[in-house]
Design a protein around this ligand. Structure first.
Ligand code: NAD
Length: 469
C-alpha cells in the first residue's frame, strides 16, 4: 500500500476511533480477554457450556494454515521480512459481547474480527457463531481468506470474525441480540470499502439482515456492508447455494483427473449445513449417488443411495441427519470416513480429517467444502494413498465469489438473475481450477501447494506494487 493510502486509511480510522461510543481495541492493544498481539495462542475463558469435543485434529486450524503458508513461502524463496508481514494479521479486534439471556442473567461472550491482509482490496470474510471460536481460529480463517480471494482472483483481502456462542442453544431473539451487540462493537472497522462480513458456521441470511440493520442505524442504509443477506434485503440470487455449487463445479473439472464420470460417482458428505446440503443436492442433480452423510447429531449410510433433496427438506424442517427416516443405516460418525466412495466432501469444521483417521479413508478424491478440514499429516497420508485433493482455498471459494457479486450488485443498486450469477460463478471457478491445476503440473506438485503459491504470489505483487512491502 502506498504511504499516502496508508496515511489516509489510518487517518480515517483515527477519526472513527475518536467518534462517540466505546473504543474498539486496536492492533497490539489488549481487549477484555486478550493477551493481544500476533501469534500468541488465545487462552480466553469460554462463557458457553462446554461439551465433550469430537475426535479432532492433532494441530489447530492456525497451525494447518501456517504449515501450508511456510511451505509455499520456502518454495517461492520469499524473503523472511516479506513472509513475516504476510504471516501476521493487519488488525485483530477482540471485544466483549454481553447479552441478557432468557435465564435473566447477562452472559458475556467473546467476539473477534481479524483483518489479515488488504493489499488486493477491502477485507472480506465470514462471521462464525460457534462455542469453540477463539482468536487463533479466527486468525487462521482470516489468513485463509487472503489466499482464497487471491486464488480465485477477486478484488478483496482476507478477514474473518466470530463469537464463541452456541446459537443452537439460544432463542432467535437472543441470537439477534448477540448479532447486534457484536456489530455495535466492531462497526468502526467495517464498511463497504473497508471490510465486508458474510455468513459462516452458525450464521445465515437472517443474521446478516440483523447485522446490516444494526450497521444502518449508525451509518444509514448500507446494503453493501455485509453479503449473504436475504433476497428481500438486496441479497443476491444464488448466494445461499454458492459455496456448494462452487464445490460441485470444481468437482466436475477435477473428475477427469481420476477418469471419473460425475454422473456415475458415489459420494459422502461430512456436515449437512449450508455447504453440505447444497453440495449434496447439486451432486445428485448430476446423477451422482450420496452413500453416506453426517452432521453433529450422527451419521447415516446406504449403498443404495440417500435422497439428498428429501434429507435437506427434513433438516430444513428442523430434523437432524440421525433421525432421517429414509431406508438408511445409522453408523458410528467416526466410521463415516471409512465408507467406500469416489468422492469425500468435508463440509463441517476444521481438522476433522487427521492423522488417526486419514489412513481409513477409501475415497479416490476429496473436495474440501469446509475450511482446513485436513491436517498436514492427513494430507500426506492421503496423497501417498493416491487421493486427489481439491483444497479448501479453491474448492469452497464459491461463497466468497457470489458474495463479491452481491457487493457489486449492491454498489450499483441493481440485480442479476440467478442464471447470470451461476454462470459467472462457473466461469471463475473453472478458470481458477485450471490455473491451479496447470501450475501444479508445471511444478509437479499437488493442487494445494500450487494454490497457495498462486495466491501468495498475487498478494505479494499487489502489496509490493502499492509500496506496502
Ligand atoms: P453450517 O453451520 O451451516 O453447517 C455446519 C454443519 O456441520 C452442520 O450440519 C453441523 O451439524 C455439522 N457438524 C458440526 N460438527 C460436526 C461433526 N463433528 N461431525 C459431522 N458434522 C458436524 O456451516 P456451513 O456454512 O455449511 O460451513 C461448513 C464449513 O464450510 C465450515 O468449515 C465453513 O467455514 C466452510 N465454508 C462455508 C462457507 C459458506 O458460504 N457458508 C463458505 C466457505 C467455507
Amino acid at each position: 500500500m502506498s504511504d499516502e493510502a496508508t496515511e489516509e486509511r489510518e487517518q480515517a480510522e483515527r477519526e472513527d476511533e475518536s467518534a462517540d461510543g466505546p473504543a474498539v481495541p486496536q492492533e497490539g492493544e489488549a481487549g477484555p480477554h486478550s493477551g493481544a498481539g500476533h501469534g500468541k495462542p488465545d487462552k480466553s475463558a469460554k462463557q458457553t457450556e462446554e461439551e465433550p469435543a469430537p475426535k479432532r485434529a492433532e494441530v489447530s486450524n492456525y497451525e494447518i494454515v501456517e504449515h501450508w503458508f511456510n511451505a509455499a513461502a520456502d518454495r517461492l524463496n520469499l524473503p523472511d521480512d516479506v513472509a513475516a508481514v504476510l504471516r501476521s494479521s493487519y488488525r485483530e479486534v477482540q471485544v466483549q459481547v454481553p447479552v441478557r439471556l432468557s435465564d435473566g442473567k447477562v452472559h458475556v461472550f467473546s467476539g473477534y474480527r481479524v483483518q489479515h491482509n488488504g493489499a488486493r482490496g477491502p477485507y472480506k470474510g465470514g462471521i462464525r457463531f460457534h462455542p469453540e471460536v477463539d482468536l487463533d481460529e479466527v486468525r487462521a480463517l482470516a489468513e485463509l481468506m487472503t489466499w482464497k480471494t487471491a486464488i480465485v482472483n477477486i478484488p478483496y483481502g482476507g478477514a474473518k470474525g466470530g463469537v464463541n456462542v452456541d446459537p443452537s442453544k439460544l432463542e432467535s431473539g437472543e441470537v439477534q441480540n448477540v448479532a447486534r451487540s457484536f456489530m455495535d462493537k466492531i462497526e468502526k472497522v467495517l464498511g463497504p470499502q473497508r471490510d465486508i462480513p458474510a455468513p459462516d458456521v452458525g450464521t445465515n441470511a437472517q443474521v446478516m439482515a440483523w447485522l446490516m440493520d444494526e450497521y444502518g442505524k449508525l451509518h444509514g442504509h448500507t446494503p453493501a456492508c455485509v453479503t449473504g443477506k436475504p433476497i428481500a434485503l438486496e441479497g443476491s440470487f444464488g448466494r445461499e447455494a454458492a459455496t456448494g455449487r462452487g464445490v460441485v463445479q470444481v468437482f466436475c473439472e477435477a473428475a477427469p483427473e481420476i477418469d471419473l464420470d460425475p454422473s456415475e460417482a458415489t459420494f459422502v458428505i461430512q456436515g449437512f449445513g449450508n455447504v453440505g446440503t447444497w453440495a449434496a443436492r447439486l451432486m445428485q442433480d448430476l446423477g451422482a449417488k450420496l452413500v453416506g452423510v453426517a452432521d453433529a447429531s450422527g451419521a447415516i449410510a446406504s449403498e443404495g443411495g440417500i435422497d439428498a433433496d428429501k434429507l435437506a427438506e427434513h433438516v430444513r424442517a428442523g430434523g437432524s441427519v440421525a433421525d432421517f427416516d429414509g431406508r438408511t443405516d445409522e453408523i458410528d460418525p467416526n466410521e463415516l470416513v471409512a465408507l467406500e466412495c469416489d468422492v469425500f466432501i468435508p463440509a463441517a469444521l476444521g481438522g476433522m480429517i487427521h492423522e488417526d483417521n486419514a489412513a481409513k479413508m477409501r475415497c479416490r478424491m476429496m473436495v474440501e467444502g469446509a475450511n482446513s478440514p485436513t491436517t498436514p499429516k492427513a494430507d500426506a497420508i492421503l496423497t501417498e494413498n493416491g487421493v486427489f485433493i481439491v483444497p479448501d482455498v479453491l474448492a469452497n471459494a464459491g461463497g466468497v465469489v457470489v458474495s463479491y457479486f452481491e457487493w457489486v450488485q449492491n454498489l450499483q443498486h441493481m440485480r442479476w438473475t440467478e442464471d447470470e450469477v451461476n454462470e459467472r460463478l462457473g466461469e471463475i471457478m473453472r478458470r481458477a481450477f485450471h490455473e491451479v491445476a496447470d501450475r501444479g503440473r508445471e511444478n509437479s506438485t499437488p493442487m494445494r501447494p500450487a494454490a497457495y503459491e498462486l495466491g501468495i504470489e498475487r498478494v505479494v505483487e499487489a502489496a509490493s506494487t502499492r509500496g506496502y512491502i
